[in-house]
Design a protein around this ligand. Structure first.
Ligand SMILES: [Zn+2]
Length: 427
């Protein structure tokens, strides 16, 4: 008797290049092999297209998403003007406003293949309006994405009145991850102390940590070493993430060499955010201008886990983007100069496998029997082509359900009396 599936995907091309059929029952991948026997309520013909575990957005801000222009446009394009405009826009946050924008943003991400999201939420608000709304969104959008929320003290744990108490309240309400922003605290000592607080809270509530860390061009900003030392001393190896770390770009190589050794021992995760940081950093430089990007390629070569985030989508800091993680990966590939033939699949890892390790979801993530049935069929034969063409995600499947479909654009060129369809694939 042939097996019966709820959903069967025929001729899916895996990242390895193998062509397989994928049988899904309920929310789980039940079988994955070539020429799978069986029938299904629905069959999708992938026709040799890249079928990948979903993209992951490991670093964004759903409380600020889609607020670009609401408090006037950022005319200088700088971080400081972004902060000033957010401070104004933040005053008019309502639960409904946050729910509406975050839900819309999640649809943008998910329909382009990002089916796991980690969002920071600004908790420097005595009412915790955004957090309470996003906790509701997390449940309401469970069919589209697995969403993790980070208690993020945008204005500092110690530099904002009641910062520590608000962090604790956010964790008590259900934040999944402890955040921090040590380089933003008033003094270096307060930055160090803020990380000690973050670790105390992480221990008390048994949560991982993801700190905005050294997001500055100041080569003296060295909080990632404090984060690393605390990780080892609190025995939290593999559960701590340093986001941005753009100052690392400017560290001297001798110090960086020492730092890499400890980052590896701490099993630190690093998240680079190319869209925001390539625009926001280096603004105090003349020429040559620094790129404001952490050392993605060298960290990977040293065996340290690196993922890439989009960070902002149409907010006061970054006015562009559609929530397409391929844009962020494409930028990373260029800025980190990872264009070598064998490096390109490693770029795909930055927004898939590596990001899954950051989120700690490896157990259910991936294409294999027994895994959660989350996958994306791209309109391209390989990762390389998907990145090159910014290929649309034709089918996004979350927990066994098709959550979005995209029709591939059809391009026709009229030349020498003929009409010809162009597919942007080398013949
Ligand atoms: Zn951020």
């Amino acid at each position: 008797m042939p097996a019966s599936y709820d959903l069967l995907i025929r001729r899916a091309r895996l990242r390895s290049g193998d062509i397989v059929d994928i049988g899904i029952q309920g929310e789980t991948i039940a079988a994955l092999q070539a020429d799978l026997a069986g029938e299904a309520s629905r069959v999708i013909e992938a026709a040799g297209r890249l079928t990948s575990p979903p993209l992951i957005e490991p670093h964004c801000h759903l409380d600020a998403i889609l607020t670009e222009g609401d408090a006037g446009h950022n005319e200088s394009g700088t971080l400081l003007e972004g902060i000033a405009r957010w401070a104004v826009r933040k005053q008019s946050l309502t639960p409904e406003d946050v729910r509406r924008r975050a839900t819309e943003g999640i649809k943008w991400y998910a329909s382009q293949g990002a089916l796991y999201i980690r969002s920071h939420v600004d908790i420097c608000d005595p009412k915790l309006t955004a957090l309470k709304a996003l906790l509701e969104v997390k449940e309401a959008c469970r069919d589209l994405v697995d969403l993790q929320l980070v208690a993020f003290p945008q204005e500092g744990i110690l530099s904002y009145a009641q910062g520590e108490a608000l962090m604790e309240e956010a964790l008590r309400l259900g934040c999944d991850v402890v955040g921090a922003i040590p380089h933003y605290e008033i003094t270096r000592e307060m930055g160090v102390e803020s990380l000690h607080i973050a670790f105390r809270l992480a221990e008390k509530y048994d949560r991982p940590i993801d700190a905005h860390c050294d997001e500055t061009d100041d080569e003296q900003s060295r909080f990632v070493e404090v984060l690393t030392a605390n990780t080892i001393r609190h025995d939290m190896q593999g559960r701590v993430t340093a986001s941005h770390t753009t100052a690392m770009h400017s560290y001297n190589n001798a110090y960086t060499f020492k730092l890499f050794g400890w980052l590896k021992r701490a099993q630190m995760h690093i998240i680079a955010n190319p869209p925001d940081n390539i625009i926001l950093q280096g603004r105090f430089d003349t020429y040559p201008k620094r790129r404001g990007m952490t050392r993605i390629k060298e960290l990977l070569e040293a065996g340290i886990n690196v993922a890439v985030g989009h960070d902002s989508v149409m907010d006061p800091w970054y006015p562009f983007g559609t929530g397409n993680m391929l844009h962020a990966a494409f930028l990373a590939m260029h800025i980190a100069q990872m264009s070598g033939y064998s490096e390109v699949p490693r770029v795909w890892d930055l927004v898939t496998e590596n990001a899954a390790r950051v989120l700690g979801v490896e157990e259910r993530y991936g294409l294999a029997p027994g895994k959660q049935a989350d996958l994306v069929i791209f309109d391209a034969p390989s990762e390389r082509d998907a990145l090159r063409m910014m290929a649309p995600a034709l089918y996004c499947i979350k927990r066994g359900r098709v959550i979005s479909e995209t029709t591939s654009p059809r391009v026709q060129v009229f030349h020498e009396g003929k009409s010809e369809e162009i597919r942007f694939v080398k013949q």
